[in-house]
Structures are given as C-alpha cells and as structure tokens.
Design a protein around this ligand. Structure first.
Ligand code: FAD
Length: 404
C-alpha cells in the first residue's frame, strides 16, 4: 500500500503540490480527453491506469483519505482545492484516486466497516486495484425520499438475502463490489429501516441489466451508470456495514464530504469552460474589425460567469473552513447551500461557454459539450436543488421562530 505522509504540510509545500497537480492535469491528463470524447475505451483505460501508477509513485494518490490507509491526511480546505484543480478534466479525479463513488465508499468503510470488510474490500479499493459503486436509488421509488426504498434484505441462516432493483448505480460496470442500501427492518421507524450491505458483483444473484443511455451516451466502465438487479442475492451476515438500521445515518455522513468535493470539482469545470469561452471570443472575428469579445452581450456573459464562480468558490471555502474548525454538523446549512448554488453556477457558466462558442460548442471538438451533457445531473444527484432548498429554508425558519 502507498503511504503518503503529508499530515503537517506548510502553506508553501501545499501550493507547490497544487501546482504539480495542475501541471499534470494540463500536460498529461487533458491530452487524453479525445479518447474519452471518441469513446476509445480500452485505449483510454490503459493510458489512465499508467498515469495512476505514476501519480501513486509521486505520492499524490487518494488525497481524500487518511495516511493510515494510504491517503494524504489533508484538511477539508486543502482537499477542496485539490478537488478544484483536478476537477478541470473529467479524468482528473479518477487519475488521482479520489473519484466518486469510490471516494465516498472508502471514507464510509474506513469509518464503519468491520475488520473483514476493511481487509477484503477497503484496502484493495483505496489502493486502486479494484473499483466500487453505491446502489441506493431505485427506478420505481422517488430517490428524493429514500425512506420509500423497497429493496429488501432478510437475514436467513447467517446470510443476507437481497431482492430489489436499483438504477443510476454509477460505475457499476466493471466494479468489484457495490454497497447496497436495503430495507432490513420494515417495521422500524422510517429512518431506521435500512442498512448498508456489501455485495461482491460476481455474486450469482446480481445482474447488471444495462448501462443507461444518458442523453444518447451509455458510456463504459467507470464512465457509466447502470440499472442493476438483485434476485435472492446471498451474502454472509458479516457483509453488513456498521450497525443494522443505520443506513440513512451513514448515507448522510457519506454525502457531507462528498458534496464539498463535488462543488469544488464543479468550480474546476466552470473555470475550464470560462477559459475556453474567453479564448474563443477573443479569436472569433465577428466583423472585419472586431471579435466576439468586443460585444457587450458577450462581455456580460463573461462578467456574470466570473462573478458566479467566485461567489460559489468563496461559499465553498467558507464551508470547508467551518468543517475544519467545527465539524460537519456545524456546516449543515452551508453544505445544503453550496450543493444547489454551485450546481446552478455550473449550469450557467457551461451554458454561457457553449452559447458563446456557437456550433463549435455543440461538438465533441471541445470538452464543453461533454460537460454540458454530463454535468446537468449536478442539480439532481446527491439531492436535487429543491430538496436542499426545502431543508435549508425549514431549518432557517425554525431557528428564527426559536429566536423570538
Ligand atoms: C448522473 C447521475 C448519477 C447518479 N449516481 C447515483 C449512484 O451512484 N447511486 C445512487 O444510488 N443514485 C445515483 N443517482 C440517483 C440520484 O441520487 C437520484 O436521481 C436523486 O436522488 C433524485 O431521485 P429521483 O431521480 O428518483 O427523482 P425524484 O425523487 O423522483 O424527484 C424528481 C424531481 O422532483 C423534484 N423534487 C423532488 N422532491 C421534491 C420535493 N420534496 N419538493 C419539490 N420538488 C421535489 C426535483 O426537481 C427532482 O429532480 C444518480 C443520478 C444521476 C442523474
């Protein structure tokens, strides 16, 4: 296992490391994007795996994890900045070993899993030898209210027997195991009905039904979302993660750090699209004597995009600081706020870039169309905008009532 020991890193050392990551993104990772855009999967994965080996050797691997299991022991603010820089390319987080959903799964297993799960699943996962996925959302129940889940797991003769169907299980294609959220205690209070269970994906009771086409693209391997099915799928009782009935509690804890990393990744994407937009409009001749950059409407898009990116970034960094100083519970409001604020900022900036680039923006000759297509989901996954707004507003109103 790789051991990065960066617990006490000076400000200068950290800035130097961020620069190294940024250089790697521009020199080695962005040049691989045409393989992704042209769906040359085997070639893409071969090259990505070679890069991952180099990155591990340079001790820049798994920045989200503690050093004790091969990570970098960074604080939330530092991790956020790495998520931003490595997020400039859709290949970045994968290359640095901090990609969703593996990152959240590893954090969860590190906190809650028994020794058997840690040695058989967590350690090979954090070392990048295997991949994983997270199966919670179901096609036939509203993901926004997971207490409605109906995938069942029953404990029979020392085994969990799982039955149910899930979808949008990101990266299930080629994963070695999934963490499945299933109802284990249907009669319990609605927030204590579900548990999380590890299922190795070579289990005969598991089937990957399809990689779901998303706006015309079904992807492959890590870059896909599957519909999957469990039919009398049996796993030993010790595949339970944490305590029985604690599924929702652990899911909330899994999502907290993940939201900060997503938001900063989105800021990295927005900055990349912003740069492409600015470069394009400065070159694009619109009359014999002027470029698109001379047009007030384009200048307005540039200004509004820049302001939105900076406002979002300031809010996320403030959130990260609260987490570092006071913990995740104290940052609950902020985490809801950044989730919908950054997702909407991302949509605005990517759309401004695409519009300013005209037909070119619609093509796979630039990365903007990929981000436009793939990142629309930012306003939906890990809680749609509306759910975060409702939860934030309710909590704010409650706190104002108690202040009277
Ligand atoms: C690209 C992508 C990747 C994903 N990856 C994973 C994964 O790896 N694992 C996994 O388990 N799931 C994953 N998901 C699923 C995701 O978490 C769910 O889509 C999300 O929780 C919303 O659930 P839903 O799609 O069932 O929408 P629904 O719950 O049916 O809601 C539909 C819409 O209704 C609105 N809405 C919802 N609730 C309210 C409300 N109370 N008031 C007003 N409006 C409301 C929102 O606009 C919402 O988008 C992924 C989804 C996408 C798109």
């Amino acid at each position: 296992m790789i051991q990065n020991e960066m617990k006490t890193m000076s400000h200068d050392d950290f800035s130097h490391m961020l620069n190294r990551i940024d250089n790697m993104i521009h020199e080695h990772i962005i040049p691989l994007e045409p393989l992704l855009l042209n769906q040359q999967w085997p070639e893409l994965f071969t090259q990505l795996n070679q890069l991952r080996t180099k990155i591990k050797a340079q001790r820049l691997w798994a920045p989200n994890l503690p050093a004790s299991i091969g990570g970098m022991d960074l604080n939330t603010k530092q991790l956020a900045q790495i998520a931003e820089v490595s997020g400039q390319s859709p290949l970045g987080h994968y290359c640095f070993g901090c990609q969703a959903p593996d990152a959240g799964n590893a954090e969860l297993l590190h906190m809650y899993a028994n020794d058997f799960i840690q040695s058989n699943f967590l350690l090979p996962l954090v070392d990048g030898q295997i991949r994983s996925c997270f199966a919670m959302t179901e096609p036939h129940t509203a993901g926004s209210n997971p207490t409605l889940l109906d995938t069942r797991a029953e404990l029979v003769d020392g085994h969990w027997v799982i039955n149910g169907r899930k979808w949008f299980t990101t990266a299930a294609d080629g994963s070695n195991f999934t963490i499945v959220m299933a109802v284990t205690d249907p009669e319990a209070h609605r927030h204590q009905r579900a548990s999380m269970i590890i299922v190795p994906l070579d289990n005969p009771g598991y089937r990957n039904l399809r990689n779901i086409p998303v706006m015309g693209h079904s992807g492959s391997g890590y870059f896909s979302h599957s519909e999957i099915e469990f039919t009398d799928c049996k796993v030993p009782a010790n595949h339970l993660i944490g305590k029985r009935g604690h599924g929702f509690k652990m899911a909330q804890q899994r999502l907290g750090p993940g939201r900060i990393q997503h938001c900063m990744r989105w800021i990295g994407i927005a900055k990349r699209c912003f740069k492409l937009m600015c470069q394009h409009v400065q070159k694009r001749q619109i009359t014999p004597t002027s470029t698109l950059a001379d047009q007030a409407v384009i200048q307005s898009k540039i200004a509004e995009s820049f302001a939105a990116m900076n406002a979002s970034r300031a809010l996320v960094m403030e959130t990260a600081q609260i987490v570092d100083e006071q913990g995740f519970d104290a940052a609950k409001h902020h985490i809801s706020m950044i989730k919908f604020e950054c997702a909407n900022m991302l949509q605005l900036v990517v759309d401004n870039a695409l519009q300013s680039m005209g037909a070119l923006g619609m093509t796979d000759d630039s990365i903007v169309a990929f981000f436009y297509r793939e990142e629309r989901a930012a306003r939906i996954y890990d809680g749609p905008d509306e759910v975060h707004k409702i939860s934030l507003a309710k909590s704010l109103l409650k706190s104002m009532e108690s202040n009277h």
